[in-house]
Design a protein. Sequence first.
Length: 256
Amino acid sequence: MKLQGKVALITGAATGIGRATALLFAKEGAQVVIADINEKDADETVQTIKKDGGEALFTYANMVNTIEVEKMVRTTVATYGKLHIFFHNAGIAGPGRLELTTEEAYDQIMDIHLKAGFFGSKFAAPEIKKVGGGSILFTASGLGFRPSLQSPAYSISKAGLIMLTRALAVALAKDGIRVNAICPGPISSTPLWQGVLARNPEIIPEEYIQMNIQNRPIKRLGTPEEMAQAALFLVSPAASYITGVALPVDGGGAMS
C-alpha cells in the first residue's frame, strides 16, 4: 500500500492513462478525486474503485476554465480534508498540421495542457504544503522533447509542461513538494490516441500505428497501465530524491 493515507487529485481520469492511474492509486491506498468533463466514464471509474474496496469521488472540471480548476482543488480538500498528490493528466490530441490549426484549437490545447497545469499547481501547492509536502505530476509526452510532424501545437504544449515541471521543481522544493512528469509514447486504446489518428486527413491509421511500432526498440505501443506504474513510482516514497524529471515511458522511442 504505497499510498496509504494519501489523497490524490487526478485530472482526465475518466478514461485512458488517468483512469488506469486512478485505479492503481486507489489499490495502493489513496483516496482519489477524479476531475473530468466525462461524467459517464468518470462515474464508472469511481464505482470500479469502490467495488474493489477503495475510496473515490468524481468532480466535474473543465480544464479550460480556471475557476473550475480551482474548484476541483477546493472540492478535494472539502471532502477529504487534505491533498498530497496533484496529477495533471488531462489532455487532447489537438489540431493537426500548421495549416490546419485554428486559433481556437491552439488556445484549447494550450489551456487544457499548460494553463490548467500551471494554475492547478498554483491552487494545489498550498494544500500539499499544509500536509508537509507531496507530489505534483504532469503527463507530458515524448513529443515535448522532439517536434511532432503531425501537430506543432501538441509539441509546444507538451514541451511547456516539461519546462513547467523543471520550474516548479525548483520553486516548490522548499515546501517539500516534488514535481515530475511522465512522457508517454503512443498509447493504445485511449480516446487521445484515436484523436491522433484522426487529426490529419492523410493519416492511414494502420500504417501510422505500424510506423510508431517500428520506430522504437520495444516493438509495440504502450498501455495505460504501464503509464500508471510510472506515475505511481514518481509520486511514491520510492522516488523521494527525484524531482524535476521528465521521464520517457515510450519503449525507447526517445532514442530513435
